[in-house]
Design a protein around this ligand. Structure first.
Ligand code: MG
Length: 294
């Protein structure tokens, strides 16, 4: 276990964050300055920036300048890829992350370029959904993806970055075994409790307990389980506090295991106004819970 333990560079250890400081998961694609101001208006000063798969990454210097001007910290840059679809479970398995063989090489190059983007803006970590890792560690796909993650870890290491795997598309024991197999000290987890519910891969609090020491950063997202009679369906994402995660028990477990890093509120609603409104209510919920717990 010691080989894959995150070292002492969780964001909370290297940046002037408060304990469990609230941040947001937000997307690039529009004017950087306007996007950051929209997030700051929610009352936060940090977040995780997701890059659409078709984004021209030459905008990195503009993001750097806008972040500095606004005194806003991006502590993780998320890679996403062209051609990914989250329509239902079979489509996720076929299109998301590093699992589809046909796009593997292209997505490896893209992830390394995202790491370069993160270096330009000074972010200490990158992250992505690697997709649904096959649990058979002798399968060709498992071995190929393990090698790919090693190479990306090594590229990220040249920038002094962590590489965080997003949870949820496989069970926590499978993800843990995969991580241990990769065996790179800068590999960790971005823990999203809602994803385990949406994919039906396990109780998030139990999973958090298992992955605990590898958790670099977390998403605060909520959702309900898939319908029991539809095996291919995903669950339904909900505004924070309105799904099945139980944000109070999630924060209690984070504190119990010693996590003090930031909390990124994530909302996937497609309508921008709805997303902003739900981010604001999620931030408010965390403020109330932290006032009780800290
Ligand atoms: Mg997430």
């Amino acid at each position: 276990m010691s080989d894959t333990r995150p070292s002492d560079t969780r964001p909370s250890d290297t940046r002037p964050f408060e304990v469990l400081e609230t941040g947001v998961m937000f997307w690039a694609g529009r004017d950087p300055g306007e996007t950051i101001e929209e997030m700051k208006a929610l009352g936060v000063r940090c977040g995780q920036l997701a890059l659409p798969g078709d984004l021209d990454l030459s905008c990195a210097p503009a993001w750097k300048e806008a972040l500095q001007a606004a005194d806003f910290t991006v502590y993780t840059v998320f890679a996403t890829f062209q051609g990914e679809s989250y329509a239902d479970k079979p489509t996720v398995y076929e299109t998301v992350g590093f699992i589809p063989p046909a796009t593997r090489a292209e997505r490896e190059r893209r992830t390394c370029r995202v790491s370069d983007f993160a270096a330009v803006i000074g972010a200490p970590a990158i992250a992505t959904h690697v997709g649904c890792v096959p649990d058979d560690d002798t399968s060709a796909d498992h071995i190929a993806v393990r090698e790919m993650v090693r190479r990306i870890c090594d590229h990220a290491e040249t920038h002094g970055q962590k590489f965080a795997l997003e949870t949820g598309q496989e069970t926590a024991p499978v993800l843990l075994d995969f991580m241990l197999g990769v065996n790179r000290p800068n590999l960790g987890i971005n823990f999203d409790p809602a994803n385990l519910i949406l994919y039906g891969t396990g109780d998030p609090i139990e999973a958090l307990g298992l992955l605990g020491e590898h958790v670099l950063t977390v998403h605060c997202k909520d959702g309900d389980w898939p319908p029991a009679d539809q095996p291919n369906a995903l669950g339904t994402e909900r505004p924070l506090g309105h799904g099945s995660v139980g944000m109070e028990r999630f924060l209690r477990q984070l504190l119990k295991m010693g996590y003090r890093g930031p909390l990124a509120v994530e909302r996937e609603a497609q309508d921008p106004a709805e997303r902003l409104r739900d981010l604001a209510s999620g931030i408010e919920l965390l403020r109330k819970l932290k006032a009780e717990l800290l």
